[in-house]
Write a new protein. Sequence first.
Length: 276
Amino acid sequence: MTSPPRDFSRLCIHTMTTKPWAFEEAVRRYAAAGVAGVTVWRSDFADLGPAAAGELVRSHGLSVVSLCRGGFFPADSAGGRARAVDDNLRCIDEAAALGAPHVVLVCGSAPGLALAESRRQIAEGIAAVLPHAAASGVKLAIEPLHPMYAADRSAVSTMSQARAICSQLKSPWLGIAVDVYHTWWDDRLEDEIRRSGSEGTLLAFHISDWRTPVADILEDRGVMGEGCIPIRQIRGWVQEAGFDGFNEVEIFSRRHWASEQARYLEGIKAAYLAHS
Ligand code: ZN
């Protein structure tokens, strides 16, 4: 059995996890709490701009772990697909200015399009922006999403589908973000993680927990230990596959957002040591 994390040196928090805190406050509070990294969301730097946001993070001794998020490539018109490519080019520029090593891709899905066609358009969209990602020194991380989001958020539901796109496009600038919330149910997960590790495409690892029943498909994630995901076991698979990056806590939860955020952050730290 994989041992618990010894300290917070690999703990990263997505700013969305503590949504009630404005960006500057989140960075200051994370730094004071001993968190090592932060994953930034594009809305965080609407006022500040990406370069100043990156400076702010680093000036607090934190690492910028990634930028969330690009993607949403499929559309039922050529114009819609072109707009998605433009937005992803901008997102790559923002990641470069922020100093983020990769952009997480929520790949998208167009209701009414066959999932296979959405996946074809996703591969086409990624192919269109990969040269710019490479030139900018920014990697792209395909994040498979739980199949409950297949109609409108991601036609990529499994590691296997993400690996197929990576194999098709064969670029050192393209890889995969493994999120336990989206992938824990997959009976092929251990094998897929091992394969992804040997192919050099494991770029990120996101953690939270699955509550039962799920009260809201977007905003009812649990803190580690509040649900049924074998987080430590999956972290072990990811580590054995060669991943040595951050463990990124990414929790969207109206229930926790309504609570006192400083106490919530302390709870996340305790849960991180006890359950991840
Ligand atoms: Zn995620």
